[in-house]
Design a binder for this molecule. Structure first.
Ligand SMILES: *Cc1c(COP(=O)(O)O)cnc(C)c1O
Length: 369
């Protein structure tokens, strides 16, 4: 939700374009919800909905029937409460930093408690408030990132005044269905959640939903799959959500041997037509795409040549007719012929990182749900 979102149409001319298809996000949520039924399908919209704009996305999901949203930070929860109004459940994965309990209660945010210290702090706050305050509990079943370690579970279970509505855990290796850690974590979770027999249970995020019915429990927490990242082996059951386009700034014909871009990391092996496009690493296009990956003119693949610069890239457009490359023409970096996972793989990263790094400088457009 950067400043560039508010530029006028004229001022947006020449900017790279990020188009987010809200209808596709809703359709993806419905696919996941159908797969998880009768469990509830929540939506993870942390990091501004994976960089795509929680203010537009969360209300569209709420209108489609999503009732529970997860964010990482208190500040994200407060912002989301403002956007969604009173009805939605909002859970904050990092839980309360010491002293922030009152802010959670004031904004009707449910903390996900990750340690016995956080749980004790929340129980003490509820005691002062004189009423039970709902919380979720994250148990570490084998990721060693966040969550109550198994050795502390008994301490937390003994806390009075803890109104635990949901017990969660998170899978470390769900993107590898045959990894033994998946079944181990599921078995550990099944035992540990038994300490809170009245609470609902949640283990699966996007990939976990595709590990099988035994991973679904009472609520699933997809994030990435909502935004088109494939949660399972091909074919991707999710619809594409994101299109990233960059305008042609300039076209030139170069002779054999011409060095391109900083440090001349690419040289023309033959006479070539080059097109310079207005998107760069300042927009979140990974610099690791230097001499890797491509932009697309329709179905025509135009390889990135030379280094990714801050504000531009250069592609070998020899395969494209010059008439199709007029300045301002938009080429796809992510689009109908190149999905987010493919570009991420070419950059040596994941769709998660690629999406969350897309910057504030795009002309952001939302296709309605
Ligand atoms: C980010 C996160 C999710 C969502 O994960 P995806 O792989 O994007 O679906 C779910 N649960 C927790 C605890 C998370 O941190």
């Amino acid at each position: 939700m950067g400043a560039m979102q508010r530029v006028t149409a004229e001022a947006a001319a020449g900017l790279p374009v990020l188009t987010v298809d809200l209808g596709a996000i809703v359709a993806n949520w419905e696919v996941l919800a159908a797969r998880a039924r009768p469990a509830e399908c929540a939506a993870v919209v942390k990091a501004d909905a994976y960089g795509l704009g929680a203010a537009a996305i969360a209300p569209a999901l709420a209108r489609a029937g999503c009732r529970t949203f997860f964010v990482a930070h208190l500040a994200e929860g407060i912002a989301l409460r403002r956007v969604l109004g009173g009805a939605a459940g909002i859970q904050v994965l990092h839980g309360p930093a010491p002293g922030s309990e009152a802010a959670f209660a004031a904004h009707d945010l449910v903390p996900v408690l990750n340690s016995s210290a956080q749980a004790a702090g929340w129980a003490a706050f509820a005691r002062e408030a004189g009423r039970p305050l709902p919380a979720s509990l994250h148990l570490d079943t084998g990721m060693a990132r966040l969550g109550v370690p198994p050795a502390e579970v008994a301490t937390v279970a003994a806390l009075h005044r803890l109104d635990v509505g949901l017990v969660i855990s998170h899978l470390a290796c769900a993107d590898e269905p045959s990894h033994p850690a998946n079944a181990e974590q599921r078995a550990a979770f099944t035992v540990l959640r038994g300490q809170w027999p009245l609470a609902r249970a949640s283990l699966a995020a996007s990939f976990g939903i595709y590990l099988g019915a035994g991973y679904v429990f009472d609520l699933v927490r997809p994030g990435a799959a909502l935004f088109g990242v494939a949660p399972t082996a091909p074919p991707n059951p999710m619809r594409a959500v994101v299109r990233v386009q960059a305008p042609v700034l300039q076209v030139r014909e170069v002779a054999t041997g011409t060095g391109v871009g900083y440090a001349h990391t690419w040289r023309a092996a033959a006479p070539a037509r080059l097109a310079t496009l207005g998107v760069g690493y300042a927009d979140g296009l990974p610099r690791s795409l230097s001499n890797r990956g491509a932009a697309w003119l329709g179905a025509l693949r135009l390889p990135i040549v030379g280094r990714v610069s801050m504000d531009s890239i250069t592609v070998d457009a020899s395969a494209a007719p010059e008439a199709a490359l007029a300045p301002g023409t938009l080429l796809d970096l992510i689009g109908p012929h190149c999905d987010v996972d493919t570009l991420a793989a070419e950059a040596g990263t994941t769709g998660y990182e690629l999406l969350t790094r897309l910057g504030d400088r795009f002309d952001r457009r939302y296709l309605p749900a």
